[in-house]
Design a protein around this ligand. Structure first.
Ligand SMILES: *[C@@H]1O[C@H](CO)[C@@H](O)[C@H](O)[C@H]1NC(C)=O
Ligand SMILES: *[C@@H]1O[C@H](CO)[C@@H](O)[C@H](O)[C@H]1NC(C)=O
Ligand SMILES: *[C@@H]1O[C@H](CO)[C@@H](O)[C@H](O)[C@H]1NC(C)=O
Ligand SMILES: *[C@@H]1O[C@H](CO)[C@@H](O)[C@H](O)[C@H]1NC(C)=O
Ligand SMILES: CC(=O)N[C@H]1CO[C@H](CO)[C@@H](O)[C@@H]1O
Length: 271
């Protein structure tokens, strides 16, 4: 290699490097409502199971995010997931960050979250390495206790009550100061009627101190939804019904497709 090529390589390396690392300006912290996730499982070609130690909103992920784009992701393929590094967190992970798809390897969910998102958060001491990254996610789930934030706003799980999109938004905003992103899933009853239920709520967190910030693209954000960038996919609008209410069933409850009632499965009745 001649000197010119070497010089070129040295000059370009930081550029190449920063593209690999993936720029991001905040975190998206996504929490799941297990009955909502399980309602969508058949469409995702999975079976779903909510273990009995799971009693609250669970973590989907802590995602480095640039503007209103989905990404960066998969920032360093040489940082292979190694469960032994987070084995000390296993009990908490099974309770607060569980893999609800019981037809997949237990560890595959954590492996996916690490490879796709965790590897992009390696610029911050708080999220460097698997142990710090997963610990931070668990800490955020305690700090931004979605069950409590919603119930403080009058939105509590119920087999029968339904709530509006506005009620969900207002409840979270009352706690965090900012509009969240809310996602829904749906189940078809035997007679063809769609039943919508809440499945995920995302809040945006600052990169500097992990406090809530406005999600880019939301009403009160200075950043619009049309930033140019290398990540093709732009976050879509909420898929929850905005003009009629939807369900927030208690954890463990499943919809009886014949009656349209949320019920405890037989094996859990009497526990
Ligand atoms: C997954 O969970 C469902 C619902 O609890 C259960 O019926 C099914 O047998 C489980 N499948 C596996 C592979 O464990
Ligand atoms: C990717 O990870 C490896 C192993 O930790 C590290 O040595 C390397 O510097 C990382 N690459 C980038 C571009 O950050
Ligand atoms: C964003 O871009 C889309 C598609 O290019 C366009 O339809 C939309 O009006 C833009 N929105 C804003 C706020 O500029
Ligand atoms: C379908 O069944 C549900 C639950 O019994 C009922 O509320 C709804 O009105 C039915 N819809 C139709 C179109 O029959
Ligand atoms: C939807 C929302 O949060 N709107 C707020 C944006 O900020 C202005 C000024 O602070 C408020 O008045 C709006 O309610």
């Amino acid at each position: 290699m001649d000197h010119y090529a070497l010089l070129l390589l040295v000059t370009l390396f930081p550029l190449v490097c920063s593209r690999w690392t993936g720029e991001y300006d905040h975190f998206t912290f996504a929490q799941s409502w297990p009955p909502g996730v399980c309602a969508d499982a058949p469409r995702e070609h999975h079976t779903c199971h909510v273990d009995k130690q799971v009693t609250t909103w669970t973590i989907h992920g802590l995602w480095p995010t640039q503007g209103s784009e989905i990404g960066p992701h998969d920032c360093n393929s040489s940082m292979k997931f190694d469960f032994s590094k987070i084995a000390s967190l296993q009990k908490d992970l099974l309770t607060f960050w569980p893999n609800l798809y019981n037809d997949t390897e237990l560890e595959s969910f954590w492996s996916h979250e690490w490879t796709k998102h965790g590897t992009c958060a390696q610029d911050l001491p708080e999220t460097t390495g698997e142990l710090n990254y997963f610990s931070k996610g668990l800490e955020m789930n305690q700090k931004y206790d979605m069950l409590k934030m919603l119930s403080d706003g009058g939105v509590t799980p119920s087999p029968t009550a339904q709530y509006s999109y506005k009620q969900f938004m207002a409840a979270v905003k009352q706690s965090t100061g900012f509009d969240p992103n809310i996602e829904c899933s749906y189940i078809k009853l035997d007679n063809g009627t769609d039943f919508h239920l809440v499945s995920e709520i995302e809040i945006c967190l600052s990169k500097t101190d992990f406090t809530p910030v406005a999600c880019p693209g939301s009403e009160n954000s200075s950043k619009g939804g049309n930033q140019s960038g290398s990540y093709k996919t732009i976050k879509s609008q909420s898929n929850c019904p905005q003009h009629y209410n939807f369900n927030y069933p208690p954890i463990q409850y499943v919809l009886n497709r014949k009656t349209g009632m949320f019920e405890l499965p037989d094996d859990l009745i009497g526990r």
